[in-house]
Design a protein around this ligand. Structure first.
Ligand code: ATP
Ligand code: MG
Length: 440
């Protein structure tokens, strides 16, 4: 994209309403704009990040054998009356009435709807197990929306739902999703640690929150560095193999990890001091086994092998896709701006034309842009060099290609790596190959 023709409104001033770094930087880098409390419009650069995250989430869900669907944002109240949650959910639910006086709601989550969809069509144990997921906007009328997209009212979530014939099967689905999550976070370029969470009336150990480490996180977390050394790749764990999943789950649950609420000093003391890690954390995902809660309440039963009717065992698995944008920035930024991990950056590279209007400089920039059109943001504005440097650092492109008149005359550009600050002078061809694009 050409910056001179883009809706990427960078700000020099620090917005007064933003309390944490990611919120400030998302506004300053022109990723989002608030349209109402806790509701955001995603501008081109922000949307590219959101889509990149969603694509990684999708790839790992698919690889885990989950199938993608798309359920609507608007749901009928009747489904929630069946589960009993229409009353229970309280004021976080946005309730709507249509012209025929029918009660609707903007979905805060989708357990009821997915249970209804399975109940309409799945009759036999032979059709299970299954996992379905979608990536869809949710609405929760949070009392105190804050920190930008981290706690919005409208937010994008990936939510998956598993259906199994028995508890043993549900455990396998749970572990499979957990491994998919670890791979997802690894590809997103962040450290995420699974921590045991409350299971409520269900009991047991099958509820985990995934916490990303960042200084501004909402909770204090404690964990064993061993989590960082696990090889989550397919070479180590075959996600289709229940024995591998058992070995994986064992690894995840034997190492110590807890948020302050669940911190156990006695267990912490047993972790060798050189492996103790402590910090603030942001919840980016939550997985949960809840048995037959919805299948029983909503009369979803399938025929078992012996002809008996069985309510499938269910689990649900959420990742906050839009919250992740903020969390990634919290985990990776400096004084000057965002430092995007390569895998989610809106633009792989920024091309900085230091002398717009100079024939040689323009020509070199156009050559670069011709090769990088899909992945670069070309700063072709008639702004001072200082403004372009500051904006490129703010926007956080992993690579900056700086083109000035002197270098351009001899075909040289400067390549800067945002994360390390390292700069090298090289030819246009070498710059392209260094950032992984070969000159066409
Ligand atoms: P929290 O404790 O932060 O309110 P939750 O327990 O209500 O989260 P879940 O219902 O488990 O969240 O939803 C799954 C994921 O959706 C969360 O892990 C989080 O990443 C994301 N999420 C939940 N609420 C919001 C929100 N208001 N804004 C942005 N993302 C959210
Ligand atoms: Mg909540």
């Amino acid at each position: 994209m050409r910056l001179s023709r883009s809706l990427i409104p960078t700000l020099k001033e620090v917005p007064a309403e933003a309390q944490i770094a990611s919120h400030r930087l998302m506004l300053r880098a022109g990723l989002v704009r608030q349209t109402a409390a806790g509701i955001y419009a995603w501008l081109p650069a922000g949307l590219r990040v959101l889509n990149n995250i969603a694509d990684i989430v999708r790839t790992e869900q698919d690889a885990a054998g989950a199938q993608e669907v798309l359920m609507p944002t608007i749901q009928p109240a009747t489904l929630w009356q069946e589960s009993g949650r229409y009353e229970d959910y309280g004021r976080e639910m946005l309730r709507i009435r249509d012209r025929h006086e029918r009660d609707l709601l903007y979905g805060p989550t989708n357990e009821e709807m997915i249970t209804d969809l399975y109940r309409q069509s799945i009759r036999s144990y032979k059709e299970l197990p299954q996992i379905a997921y979608h990536i869809q906007w949710k609405f929760r009328d949070e009392v105190r929306p804050r920190f930008g997209v981290m706690r919005g009212r409208e937010f994008l979530m990936k939510d998956a739902y598993s259906f199994d014939m028995d508890y043993a099967g549900a455990v396998v689905s749970y572990r499979r999703m957990m491994l998919a999550y670890m791979r997802t976070f690894q590809r997103l370029g962040v450290k995420a640690i699974p921590m045991v969470a409350d299971t409520g009336p269900i009991g047991g150990e099958l509820s985990h929150e995934f916490i990303i480490l960042a200084p501004t996180g909402e909770s204090q977390v404690f964990y064993d560095a061993a989590f960082e050394e696990v090889d989550y790749s397919a070479a180590n764990f075959d996600i289709a193999n229940p024995d591998d999943l058992a070995r994986f789950f064992e690894t995840m649950t034997t190492h110590y990890a807890a948020t302050d609420e669940k911190h156990d000093l006695e267990a912490w003391d047993k972790v060798s001091p050189d492996r103790r890690r402590e910090g603030r954390g942001i919840e980016v995902g939550h997985i949960f086994y809840f048995g037959t809660k919805y299948s029983a309440a909503m009369n979803f039963a399938v025929t078992g092998a012996d002809g008996q009717k069985i309510n499938p065992e269910m689990g649900s698995y959420g990742i906050g896709v839009s919250r992740m944008v903020g969390a990634l920035i919290e985990a990776s930024h400096d004084e000057a701006g965002i430092i995007w991990p390569d895998s989610v950056a809106p633009f792989k590279a920024g091309i900085l034309n230091l002398k717009q209007g100079d024939a040689t400089t323009d020509a070199v920039c156009e050559t670069l842009y011709g090769n990088l059109r899909a992945v670069a943001l070309y700063d072709d504005r008639s702004e001072r060099a200082g403004v372009k440097f500051a904006d490129a650092d703010l926007m956080g492109h992993p690579w900056q290609i700086v083109v000035g008149p002197r270098g351009a005359a001899s075909g040289q550009v400067e390549l800067k790596r945002r994360a390390t600050g390292e700069r090298v002078e090289l030819s246009v061809e070498d710059a392209l190959s260094r950032i992984g694009v070969t000159n066409a």
